[in-house]
Design a protein around this ligand. Sequence first.
Ligand code: AMP
Length: 475
Amino acid sequence: MTKFSDLNLNPKVLKAIAEAGYETPTPIQAGAIPPALEGKDVLGIAQTGTGKTASFTLPMITLLARGRARARMPRSLVLCPTRELAAQVAENFDTYTKHLKLTKALLIGGVSFKEQDKLIDKGVDVLIATPGRLLDHFERGKLLLTGVQIMVVDEADRMLDMGFIPDIERIFSLTPFTRQTLFFSATMAPEIERITNTFLSAPERIEVARQATTGENIEQGVVMFKGSRRDREPSEKRKLLRAIIDAEGEACTNAIVFCNRKVDVDIVAKSLKKYGYDAAPIHGDLDQSQRTRTLDGFRDGTLRFLVASDVAARGLDVPSVSHVFNFDVPSHAEDYVHRIGRTGRAGRDGKAVMICIPRDEKNLADIESLVQREIPRLDNPLKSGSPAEETKPEGEAKPKRGRRKKDADTPQTTERPAAETPGKTNDGPKRSRGRRGSGGGGAGEKSDKGGNKVVGLGDHTPEFIGLSFKERSAG
Ligand code: AMP
């Protein structure tokens, strides 16, 4: 078995790795680090959780340890699809460069230009950026990419989903032809293949198994559910979610709850909170400081439930998530793999439970064909058969009272408790965008009918980049 010490990494990097507690390189690291150190282009086909971040940061640091940055001319560039992923890569650099003097700057939306300009002016060894923000800086004349010796594209398939490929091509064209490129994608869509054929030169291709598809350590299940009435389905589904969570008991130490749409991320988070669950939302419309706060809370264990959209959660490294709850069946089968890959990481056991309503059965079938197994059907923990009936409180005696009282404000024929009514949800402090076309009310339900489903995840694109798919949901 390969050891880190066999890999020709800088001794100070090796020291940092040992301090981080890593004993042996993961397959993507063992495969990518040697060619990267030789200056070759690398095409890594690997998803989050495989150790891919270190597979490019470690050789980069080793290569950059020699030489010095010049003003406004970063020596290397890492492009990431989301701010969170960029921030995570930056954290990785901090960990592995702790015994070296390398400088870095993080260019992401939601952070002031001024601070970032200052750093770039001084000169940085590593620039970590989302494509839109990088091009903004470039166009303002604050940045030269002609000094880039190493360029990394991380999560290229997600860049494609988010409509960033033209930006990526432009950025490639702004960097020197002689640069080294390290390119990572979980899948190789034809468009990704085209980009790699165009911009990579005789790359070393390293492919690692899609761990989540074979993830024996992730227990999976799906609860098939049909609302008592279509208009009641959303609130009944939220009730079912609570029952599923409760059924897990203490085994559920922390969890990510995935929803397909931002509007549901907000509604579900609010609803869980109302019922006494420690939950907070994360999606591209929330401001950066709030997102950071929420994530920090989730990482350090002070927040138990993170309610997320796919893009917001993309690439998040939260080492010990006990559960993933799919409030919706993702409309892209690939996303199921990414979602459940948030649990059962690094060999730990994990559990992923999904709710499937009749409309989503086709998507469920797509997922099962992708992962090549049947996802076990679980019993509905609300055995009464009519989740609309408020039979007994789920987990929280106190909140139930609140709900009753509030429900009294809501006609019995409507499906939502008052706190979940559109008016109230719309008043959420950080929500100012992303509701267009829904009339601001009942967005979840109404838009269901209008077919406002996330397509290619473009719906969740951070606002600083613009949209490729659904304009009306632009954040
Ligand atoms: P990534 O796929 O880059 O998101 O990494 C997933 C997780 O694995 C992160 O928490 C890393 O800190 C961790 N990790 C990366 N490389 C190793 C390694 N060789 N041994 C143990 N953990 C690692």
